[in-house]
Design a protein around this ligand. Structure first.
Ligand code: 9MR
Length: 382
């Protein structure tokens, strides 16, 4: 929903009248003051998930002029993840120029709210979404060896900058196609094989030895050709180690700590994978001593003129609860990150052509009111 001038005036009036739990400048949000348009039931979501972090993707530009976005993100979630802040085109928009404003803004918001900070999708080149320009043209134009050097430098710079601030980084995102073949993208072409992945992880480990390093993939929640390939790569990275210095002592650490399963789920009738199938798949990864996490959870459902029906909203609520319940059952599941929390600000509604006939994927509606999914997720975490 785009804000017109009238919308902006109404929003400003709502903010002026808003008595909702306030985020003091430089302070943590107050969960006790929960009246007003940004209110949600007590206790905050982040307090329900014992031993696990329930986080959200975050964009600082969404927070500007939208008090409920900033307030709910700060109050309800235990972690903030850069939605775009650590993408190549955001941090390295032009040759020789780095721009950390967005990533710093997310890190600062997390610090103010006493949240975990996670960085995301460093080495990623989505072949099916080249229009997004995640890998800028000047990077594509580099000869392979120079692009490889650029890649390791980028990882070193970004991970090094947030060492001690970010708990976690998804170093490589979506390396495989659906058949489990490595995508022949701009990063792959630097080594014509999986060596670029090993090199990116090595650079990350050296830049921040104690940061949790994750490999991230979509549509790999159940056993499939793709998740088989992901498992083999995860095993290789887990079995490869590098010498680092931690607390003044030299030690060897494996290149991989965890695997992120994006969990962009579908909530239409008969569209959900069986929980047992997901559990069996995730166990294969935790058996390697790896953590797992749902890193981009959302559940898109059929919509007509942007509206979802009651049955689909209920089914969506069950999918969110299933994913939370599944994570609770798996000891090494560190939690989940929702890929946005309101239908007002969601990549699903931002790109309607990609998900024609689907939408309404988030926990709160476009007015920040709780959908059935919000309540079912809370119940599943208790
Ligand atoms: O949600 C993100 C969207 O706003 C950006 O335009 C896009 C390109 O930077 O990236 C989206 O996030 C993606 C994530 O980083 C990786 N998995 C798929 C997500 C949705 O495309």
């Amino acid at each position: 929903m785009k804000q017109g001038r009238l919308g902006a005036i109404l929003l400003a009036a709502a903010i002026a009248a808003c008595a909702c739990g306030s985020v003091e400048p430089g302070g943590a949000p107050s969960p006790s003051n929960r009246a007003g348009p940004c209110a949600l039931p007590d206790p905050p979501l982040r307090d329900l998930a014992e031993g696990r972090t329930i986080g959200t993707a975050y964009r600082s530009s969404f927070a500007d002029g939208d008090r409920c976005y900033a307030e709910i993100a700060g109050r309800e979630f235990g972690s903030l993840t850069t939605e775009i802040g650590t993408m190549t085109n955001t941090v390295a928009p032009a040759a020789g120029r780095f721009d950390f404003r967005e990533a710093d803004a997310v890190a600062d918001a997390a610090r103010r709210n006493r949240q975990d900070f996670q960085i995301h999708s460093l080495i990623w080149d989505p072949l099916d979404q080249q229009v997004w320009g995640v890998v800028p043209e000047y990077v594509r134009a580099l000869p392979d060896a120079q692009r490889h050097r650029f890649m390791t430098d980028l990882v070193t710079k970004v991970v090094g900058r947030y060492a001690g601030r970010a708990s976690t980084v998804t170093v490589v995102n979506e390396p495989f196609d659906q058949r489990g073949t490595l995508q022949h993208n701009a990063w792959w072409r630097t080594t014509s094989g999986d060596q670029y992945i090993v090199d990116a992880f090595r650079a990350a480990r050296l830049a921040a030895p104690t940061m949790k390093l994750y490999l991230n993939e979509h549509s790999a929640e159940t056993v499939s050709d793709k998740s088989n390939a992901l498992l083999a790569l995860a095993k290789k990275l887990r079995e490869t180690s590098v010498e680092v210095v931690v607390d003044g002592r030299a030690e060897r650490r494996p290149l991989l700590d965890g695997v992120g399963f994006q969990a962009h789920m579908l909530g239409g009738a008969d569209q959900q994978p069986r929980t047992e199938d997901m559990r069996a798949n995730l166990r294969r990864f935790t058996d390697l001593g790896l953590d797992v996490r749902f890193t981009e959870l959302d559940v898109r459902i059929p919509t007509k003129d942007g509206r979802a029906g009651a049955e689909d909203l209920q089914r969506q609520a069950r999918v969110y609860a299933t994913m939370a319940g599944l994570c609770r059952q798996i000891e090494r599941c560190t939690g989940l990150t929702v890929w946005g929390f309101t239908d007002e600000r969601s990549w699903i509604t931002d790109y309607p052509a990609t998900f024609s006939g689907y939408g309404s994927a988030n926990l709160l509606d476009a007015n920040y009111a709780a959908k059935p999914a919000w309540n079912s997720l809370r119940s599943a975490l208790r």
